[in-house]
Design a protein around this ligand. Structure first.
Ligand code: SF4
Length: 210
């Protein structure tokens, strides 16, 4: 039987969660629990929709974007099924970006110690955004990440010039309004600026932290 991923939100198209137009998948559950996390509702491992790996990968490929971005929640807390999904997505020629609250060193230590799931998700990730969110080190210069300690790491040559042009890459948030009136936000912005923007609105936030 195919393994499953616990998914909190699937967004077919966004330009706020990594390079180009991407499909974003927020996974349910995070063991890291950074102070100031914007998605504490994604900490619990209860809830979320369990989606089979092949089904999830097929939905990504059908969206016909540059690739997929895994966010959370903590993708490496579901490393095995996400690695499998990432493998399918890349086999279809799409790219994989993975956010994690673990540091790059922690992930490589785990892989070196024999954690095959972590090693596999690293192997099938093109661009890694690594490190916990630190609320006292807000990053207002780079796109996608929330704090200055977080690293953007190219794990292969899929995006050869990405890091050279980061200062010219816009840092976006996207706000969508459903017919029900519910407002959803994705992307990362300074918390005070976002609160000002959204004050008075009914908001379901899915932010790109860590
Ligand atoms: S910022 Fe990311 S890694 Fe940190 S607690 Fe929130 S979901 Fe987990």
């Amino acid at each position: 039987m195919s393994s499953t991923v616990s998914v909190a939100r699937f967004l077919a198209r966004t330009r706020a969660e990594g390079p180009g137009e991407r499909t974003a998948i927020w996974v349910q559950g995070c063991a890291i629990r950074c102070l100031g996390c914007f998605n504490p509702h994604l900490w619990t491992f209860r809830g979320g929709e369990r989606i089979g790996v092949e089904d999830l990968a097929a939905r990504v490929v059908a969206a016909d974007t540059e690739g997929v971005t895994f966010l959370g929640g903590e993708p490496f807390d579901q490393a095995a099924p996400l690695a499998e999904a990432a493998r399918w997505v890349r086999r279809a020629g799409r790219s994989v970006m993975t956010f994690t609250g673990y540091t790059r060193a922690q992930l490589h230590q785990a892989a070196d110690a024999g954690d095959q799931a972590v090693a596999a998700l690293l192997e099938h990730t093109d661009l890694l955004a690594a490190g916990p969110f630190l609320a006292d080190q807000l990053d207002t210069a780079r796109p996608w990440v929330g704090s200055t300690n977080q690293e953007l790491v190219l794990l292969n040559d899929r995006f050869p010039h990405l890091l050279d042009g980061l200062d010219r890459t816009p840092d976006r948030i996207e706000v969508s309004v459903a017919v029900s009136g519910q407002v959803a936000v994705n992307g990362w912005a300074d918390p005070d600026a976002l609160d000002t923007l959204l004050s008075g609105l009914q908001v379901a936030r899915s932010r790109s932290t860590p």
